[in-house]
Write a protein of this length. Structure first.
Length: 151
């Protein structure tokens, strides 16, 4: 990377080195070799596990949470949740869910063309996915009651 400005270059170097991006340790060289050479079985198992997490979350949302829907996908551990039928402000809903249940979802507005959507990470143990969708269910119910409360 070339950064002619001394002050800006210092900030860039500090930023890169904060997470050890610019100075990888010895495992950074060995791990990819092992993964690509011997990790196929592990990767297949991981893909199956993540697919089952997705299937579970999509089914739960479809059957248990009215007003939101999971967006079908085939190739990611991130679940997009369409919440446009209950709110025009996914940012507000995201913050409400976080304060109501402690569930951390990403607001779709943080991503290109994501307005009206929330994003849930499914790359975790099944028990966390189960807990997360239950918190989502309870939070959506509470949000709808909160929105409909008389002033």
């Amino acid at each position: 990377m070339i950064v002619p400005n001394d002050n800006l270059r210092h900030k860039v170097v500090r930023g890169l080195n904060t997470d050890e991006v610019a100075e990888p340790n010895v495992f950074a060289a060995i791990a990819p070799i092992a993964a690509f050479g011997r990790g196929g079985e592990w990767l297949d198992s991981l893909r199956e596990y993540l697919w089952e997490n997705r299937r579970y979350a999509e089914e739960y949302i479809k059957n248990e949470i009215k007003g939101v829907s999971a967006v079908p996908a085939r190739a990611t551990y991130l679940l997009w949740i369409n919440c446009r039928s209950i709110t025009g402000d996914s940012w507000e809903l995201c913050r409400f869910i976080r304060s109501h249940s402690g569930l951390y979802l990403s607001d779709g507005n943080d991503y290109r063309n994501g307005s009206g959507f929330l994003r849930m990470n499914l790359a975790c143990p099944r028990q966390q996915v189960e807990d997360g969708v239950k918190r989502l269910r309870d939070s959506v119910k509470a949000y709808e009651s909160w929105v409909c409360e008389p002033s």
